[in-house]
Design a protein around this ligand. Structure first.
Ligand SMILES: [Zn+2]
Ligand SMILES: [Zn+2]
Length: 255
């Protein structure tokens, strides 16, 4: 499998700031933030599957426009995979005819440009030889991390989470884990904010990494623009055995 980072920032405003979105092979997205806006039409029209970590806008911003752009022109259906709670929020607050049309009913319910398919935490979905599994996280809204398994090796994307023993336990079962993308949204001096907003700061990241029994390459995402250099200095100073590095837009992982 190939995963390309379209966006991995916690916000917008700096030259390279695009929010969470990852392009897998040429037909799958994992999260659908503002990074998807950089894709051309020929790339967009091949996207059939979108695995969503949770309902926050930085992770779903481009879904409504993606479906609108390719649905009618290409007579193409995009399927969103997420937990039932996340799908409920998308239905109630995005595809509600007020914020955006309900594309699960366009052109009609038998053939629509948008499908919503629920996946429970711990459940897997197979696309050819590729397996996508929803893992537990702890955030202000229900969410999931995603485990991508090529059949040979694995990559985990944490989505948004604070310290989660369940996520650590799930990661520790992945014996073929090659890459781990972990969020670290806040600098250490905003520790209380990180707890309240159920994100990570470097200190909490260190606690999680120290509890891992697997040894993947670790990459840090979701840095707040304007604070990103400071957060990474603090991550570098952690001196953990796994030595995380900063995830970059445009970076490609083969696994
Ligand atoms: Zn979030
Ligand atoms: Zn986020």
């Amino acid at each position: 499998m190939k995963l390309k980072v379209l966006g991995c920032s916690g916000g917008i405003g700096c030259e390279d700031s695009r929010t969470s979105s990852f392009f897998v092979d040429d037909d799958v997205l994992v999260d659908c933030g503002t990074g998807v806006g950089d894709l051309g039409f020929e790339e967009l029209r091949r996207i059939s599957h979108v695995f969503v970590s949770h309902s926050h806008i930085d992770h779903i911003a481009a879904i409504p426009l993606l479906v609108d752009s390719i649905g009618e022109v290409c007579r193409h259906t995009v399927t969103i995979y997420a937990t039932p709670e996340t799908l409920h929020i998308l239905r109630a607050h995005v595809f509600n005819w007020l914020v955006w049309p309900d594309f699960t009913a366009i052109p009609d319910r038998r053939f629509s440009y948008l499908r919503l398919q629920s996946i429970q935490i711990g459940e897997s979905l197979q696309l050819g030889t590729r397996t996508f599994t929803a893992l537990p996280v702890l955030h202000t809204v229900p969410g999931a991390a995603w485990l991508l398994d090529s059949g040979e090796t694995q990559l985990i994307y944490s989505g948004d989470t604070t310290y989660s023993p369940d996520l650590i336990a799930a990661i520790n079962t992945c014996q073929s884990l090659r890459y781990l993308i972990m969020e670290t949204a806040f600098p250490e001096e905003m520790h209380a904010m990180a707890i309240a907003a159920r994100h990570l700061c470097p200190g909490i990241l260190k606690t999680m990494l120290n509890e891992l029994t697997v040894s993947p390459e670790v990459f840090i995402s979701h840095l707040k623009p304007g604070m990103s250099d400071r957060i990474m200095e603090q991550v570098d100073a952690l001196n953990t055995h796994l030595r995380p590095t900063r995830l970059m837009r445009g970076q490609v992982f083969e696994f």
